[in-house]
Design a binder for this molecule. Structure first.
Ligand SMILES: *[C@@H]1O[C@H](CO)[C@@H](O)[C@H](O)[C@H]1NC(C)=O
Ligand SMILES: *[C@@H]1O[C@H](CO)[C@@H](O)[C@H](O)[C@H]1NC(C)=O
Ligand SMILES: *[C@@H]1O[C@H](CO)[C@@H](O)[C@H](O)[C@H]1NC(C)=O
Ligand SMILES: *[C@@H]1O[C@H](CO)[C@@H](O)[C@H](O)[C@H]1NC(C)=O
Length: 386
């Protein structure tokens, strides 16, 4: 047995065989014949084993080749495995890596598979979602048309039931401060994570104080048929608009294209990729738009107005009440929740939808206190249609 293993090794190395033959010349003929038999046998075994390795080796390297033998080493690398949404939202990428990955875009415009475009609901929160039961009702029965992403303070660990739509929808998060660049970074982090699912086509940013004013069928219809993305963007004279512009941003950003708008946006995939891949405007806004310039009201609004003005509706879909004055909008509690209150929101304004006037201007509203939840659940089916 031992000599056969030795011969096998010799067989792989012709030099070694020659050496052995010279060395044993003085031995009796019988013994030489006997040894030669082993050498020949060894070469035979070694050729056979090389063949075997090559055969199975090929099997292992090309598992998609038609074959009756199922490879047990790796899964077949089908298109499905590339386009499948990540099942686990937790990952070990840092922001540089994540934004890079999220910016990858197919160049062939036709998908070679059935792609049902989804809405990505991106919740930018501090911690818990007090309106969770309302959202659960909103999403119920619409599986396959939406996906959910939650960014919260890193110290918060959520505790959703396995049956909740928010279960394991947390993305790796960092501290985000009001009016600071870290807020825009959190928004880009949400966008980037949502972009990793190739089916996500529309991206809505929401907070824990937001509620949906229509059911998901209406929202889906509204977004999927719109020619424009709903980024609030306007030119406001005075200290809180143009007054926040810093001349050091010129010539990239000048006063005439400086914009202000609500932080709460809805954009399509094309614009989402633009925002995550941006390295031009980012340093400019990071360095020259610091409080009292609130960067989340200017960065995306101004950048997209310069880059893709023809794709913007210039209005937000999220209703908010600034009429009470001050730096923060009104918060609505239990006593505010009436049918008339919502009728006012949904009918008192007109806006343009695909260049046509409509009274359906808002699909979401804020800010709602936790105490509003119970009356909202009571009204939801009658007033919101879910
Ligand atoms: C992320 O990691 C890469 C590779 O190690 C590094 O070059 C990059 O600077 C990191 N980015 C951040 C934001 O830490
Ligand atoms: C501002 O920038 C736009 C393009 O970004 C340019 O067309 C315009 O002439 C600029 N205006 C001034 C006053 O520099
Ligand atoms: C939004 O504003 C930009 C300029 O800021 C303009 O070019 C665009 O036409 C506006 N969008 C709509 C739908 O009016
Ligand atoms: C959504 O709401 C609209 C208007 O309230 C209603 O007509 C429709 O039946 C609702 N759709 C579903 C699936 O509940």
């Amino acid at each position: 047995m031992q000599s056969r293993v030795g011969a096998l090794e010799e067989g792989k190395d012709p030099g070694a065989t020659t050496f052995k033959t010279n060395h044993v010349r003085a031995l009796p003929l019988r013994l030489i014949q006997f040894l030669l038999m082993f050498v020949v046998l060894g070469i035979g075994v070694s050729i056979l084993s090389m063949h075997t390795i090559r055969y199975f080796g090929v099997q292992r390297m090309a598992p998609t080749a038609p074959s009756t033998i199922k490879p047990c080493f790796a899964e077949p690398n089908s298109l499905e495995s590339w386009i499948r949404a990540p099942s686990n939202l937790l990952h070990s990428m840092n922001d540089t890596e994540l934004l890079w990955l999220a910016s990858l875009t197919p160049q062939v415009k036709e998908y070679p598979f059935k792609r049902v475009p989804k809405i990505a609901f991106m919740f930018l929160t501090k911690g818990p979602l007090p309106m969770e039961p309302l959202w659960e009702r909103f999403f119920k029965g619409h599986e396959g048309l939406y996906s959910i992403y939650v960014h919260s303070l890193p110290s918060y660990s959520p505790n959703y039931a396995a049956s909740s739509v928010f279960y394991k929808r947390q993305i790796p998060s960092k501290l985000a401060e009001w009016g600071e660049m870290t807020m825009c970074e959190a928004e880009r982090r949400l966008l980037a994570n949502a972009l990793l699912d190739i089916s996500n086509e529309w991206f809505i940013l929401l907070s824990e104080a937001c509620i949906p004013l229509s059911n998901l069928s209406i929202v889906y219809h509204y977004l999927s048929r719109s020619r424009y993305s709903f980024m609030g963007s306007f030119d406001e004279p005075g200290p809180y608009g143009r007054g926040r512009y810093n001349e050091r941003m010129a010539p990239l950003v000048n006063l005439s294209n400086w914009r202000k708008g609500s932080q709460w946006f809805e954009i399509n995939r094309l614009l989402a990729v633009k925002l995550v891949q941006d390295t031009t405007y980012y340093p400019m806004f990071r360095d020259f738009c610091k409080p009292a310039c609130y960067v989340d009201e200017h960065y995306f609004q101004t950048m997209l107005t310069i880059e893709t003005p023809h794709l913007l509706a210039n209005r937000t879909l999220t209703y908010v009440d600034w009429s009470r004055g001050g730096a923060h909008p009104a918060t609505f509690g239990k006593d505010d929740i009436t049918e008339e209150f919502f009728k006012k929101i949904t009918t008192s304004q007109t806006c343009l939808y695909n260049n046509q006037p409509t009274s359906l201007c808002f699909l979401f509203a804020r800010k709602f206190a936790p105490s509003a939840l119970e009356p909202l659940l009571e009204l939801a089916s009658k007033v919101f249609g879910y």
